[in-house]
Write a protein that binds this ligand. Structure first.
Ligand code: ASP
Ligand code: MG
Length: 408
């Protein structure tokens, strides 16, 4: 008998009928002789709707109250799922994140899981029940306050719970068939990957592939929990995210991300401490800086550019303006019309010339590169926003990432 954690995303629990579907699938898994823990997201766009409602009430909701509000979304779906299972004759019980022992840091809106005391989940399983846990939420054990884990956080709940309970697998049910070589809405010829390594998936998630929250992949890697990303609408296998994959294609995926803005500080004096003075207050203000590029200095001054989420752009500009005044820099520019395109593949470690091939393909399509950053298994370029889809398509065409030779 296996212990399986199944996570269902917002679309999968988006209506009463879909919730009954989910219950049937959970029931089948349990009737096959498995213990099942279910993690649910808020129904459909439930979280967005609650956020919009808060924005209608006030421009500055307190983070604590925002978490009180948003955690209600998952609470609705967990109770309805339990009812649907009970209706099918399956004993079931729902638990909030706090009741399930999901202990987090105290940062409202982006708390991190620090420990899981899953006693009540285990007790429920021992009583023969399916246990349904509200995703995306936990409790700060010191202040005893309810927290949320950041957008997409139910994935993190599911994989962390699977790790804490030493589950055999964590299944992430979603509205797509698995992890694709590129966004199929942009590249019609994108193919589903049969498997991908944790390392590659982490890079893809960080590069904008929205299918899994990056933090959940980190949990999977750290605790060796295989993650099976699959569709909740049919029974076909999806993509297995795991330690080792069958082969190391040079490029496994082309990801893109249009959610960032570029900040440039001009005419920065080239001397020790300036970068620290700039990035310390950004970190303190919880601005998540992604790429950083500093140019060679000419006559003692240089330019520093970096990217941040568009949602933090105003805050980043304010901070950069202040630092620029303090260090005597020339000025600060903000550019929201950028996008990032990335190639990811573990095979890059042992293959030379991937970057130059990437740059050549972009230049053949007259796409200008504004920033470049790399990891051992990723190359990312910032381009104009309007060029990003052409960039993704041409790179997919040029590198032909695929899950197995049969699909090449
Ligand atoms: N409902 C939350 C969100 O929309 C968490 C999740 O779906 O994973 O971000
Ligand atoms: Mg969601």
């Amino acid at each position: 008998m296996a212990l399986i954690v199944q996570k269902y995303g917002g679309t999968s629990v988006g209506s009463a009928e879909r919730i009954r579907n989910v219950a049937r699938r959970v029931a089948d898994t349990r009737n096959a002789g498995n213990d099942v823990v279910v993690v649910v997201s808020a129904m459909g766009q439930g979280t967005d709707d609650l956020m919009a409602l808060a924005a209608d009430v006030t421009a500055n909701p307190y983070p604590r109250e925002m978490d009180m509000l948003l955690t209600a979304g998952e609470r609705i779906s967990m109770a309805l799922c339990a009812m649907a299972l009970q209706d099918q004759g399956i004993p079931a019980m729902s638990l909030t994140g706090s009741q399930a022992g999901i202990l987090t840091t105290s940062v409202h809106g982006s708390a991190e899981i620090i420990d899981i005391r899953a006693d009540r989940v285990r007790a429920g399983l021992d009583e023969g029940k399916v246990v349904i846990v509200a995703g995306f939420q936990g409790v700060d054990p010191v202040a005893k306050e309810v927290t949320t884990l950041g957008r997409g956080g139910s994935d993190a709940t599911a994989v962390a719970l699977a790790a804490a309970m030493q589950a055999d697998v964590c299944e992430i049910y979603t509205d797509v068939d698995g992890v694709f070589t590129a966004d199929p809405r942009v590249v019609p010829g994108a193919v589903k990957l049969d498997d991908i390594s944790f390392e590659e998936m982490l890079e893809l998630a960080g590069a904008g592939a929205g299918v899994l929250m990056a933090r959940s992949v980190e949990f999977g890697r750290r605790y060796g929990i295989p993650i099976h990303v699959r569709s909740s609408f049919h029974a076909a296998e999806g993509t297995w995210v795991k330690e080792e994959t069958m082969e190391e294609a040079i490029v496994r995926g082309v990801a893109h991300d249009s959610s960032e803005a570029k900040v440039t500080v001009h005419g920065v004096p080239d001397q020790p401490g300036v970068a620290a003075n700039l990035f310390e207050p950004l970190a303190e203000a919880d601005v998540n800086v992604d790429m950083i590029v500093q140019n060679v200095s000419i006559e003692g001054v240089t330019d520093i550019s970096f990217t941040v989420p568009k949602a933090s752009a105003d805050r980043a500009k304010e901070i950069a303006d202040k630092v620029a005044r303090e260090v005597g820099a020339g000025g600060v520019d903000i550019d929201t019309n950028i996008a990032k395109v990335s190639l990811v593949g573990a095979g890059m470690k042992s293959e030379l010339g991937i970057a130059s091939r990437m740059f050549r393909i972009l230049s053949d399509h007259e796409i200008n590169i504004e920033m470049i950053s790399t990891s051992p298994i990723r190359i990312s370029c910032v381009v104009r926003g309007e060029d990003v889809e052409a960039a993704v398509r041409s790179l997919h065409e040029g590198f032909r990432p695929a899950s197995s030779p049969k699909e090449e």
